[in-house]
Design a protein around this ligand. Structure first.
Ligand SMILES: CC(C)(COP(=O)(O)OP(=O)(O)OC[C@H]1O[C@@H](n2cnc3c(N)ncnc32)[C@H](O)[C@@H]1OP(=O)(O)O)[C@@H](O)C(=O)NCCC(=O)NCCS
Length: 182
């Protein structure tokens, strides 16, 4: 993978049917790299069967209110994001956001979030929400850049953990620079 800015080619796209092993590998990488950024543990998800992965991934891909996005740099998968619109088409929840450490700080997370929020906004959704570990300043910084604000809702990351996750909410903007356009 080229890291020189002149060789940088990043693509964000939706995961396609049959690509469930790719999502699973990214998820294992994410849980291994950032265990406190996600509620489930690596051990829990490694214990799941192929059928479990196929079911949750294919169901999400095929559902009109669900989507999975991946980011590729020079054709190498380096990032992931999940989104689901509620039954009232009022709110989109985003989650499972992860970018490989080797390409952080170069707009990959922004690209993923923009794609999912644009997808939701094009379906008439005007609000977004997510949960983030309170100590995760990088993720909170990214979300704040997209207009997310912290709410009073919080809860333990998982049973037995000292970490706390906090809910953040936002009106949906296609891109930070477009906030004023509503
Ligand atoms: C959070 C994460 C997805 C950000 O991805 P990224 O590709 O590095 O983000 P971007 O390069 O698009 O950064 C976008 C904005 O986020 C904020 N940001 C990103 N990294 C940051 C950091 N280390 N500290 C503070 N703000 C940060 C900045 O506002 C940045 O905008 P800027 O570059 O104009 O300053 C990435 O750090 C990651 O995967 N972390 C581990 C997993 C995780 O925490 N997932 C979130 C679960 S809720």
């Amino acid at each position: 993978m080229g890291t020189d800015a002149t060789l940088w080619f990043m693509e964000v796209r939706t995961l396609q049917r049959g690509e469930w092993p790719l999502w699973r590998q990214l998820r294992f990488d994410a849980l291994s790299d950032s265990p406190d950024a996600f509620r489930p543990t690596l051990e829990e998800e490694q214990d799941q069967s192929d059928e479990w992965w196929i079911d949750i991934i294919e169901t999400t891909i095929e559902h009109p209110r669900g989507g999975l996005w991946i980011a590729e740099v020079d054709s190498v998968p380096v990032g992931m994001l999940f989104a689901r619109i509620d039954t009232d088409h009022a709110v989109v929840e985003v989650g499972a956001m992860w970018v490989h450490p080797s390409v952080r700080g170069r707009g990959v997370g922004s690209g993923l979030l923009s794609a999912a929020l644009e997808w939701a906004r094009s379906r008439g959704v005007r609000h977004a929400e997510l949960w983030v570990t309170e100590s995760n300043s990088a993720a909170m910084g990214l979300y704040e850049r997209y207009g997310f604000e912290t709410t009073t809702d919080n809860q333990p990351l998982r049973s037995g953990s000292d970490s706390t996750v906090r809910k953040m909410e936002s009106a949906i903007w296609f891109h930070p620079e477009h906030r004023d356009a509503g």
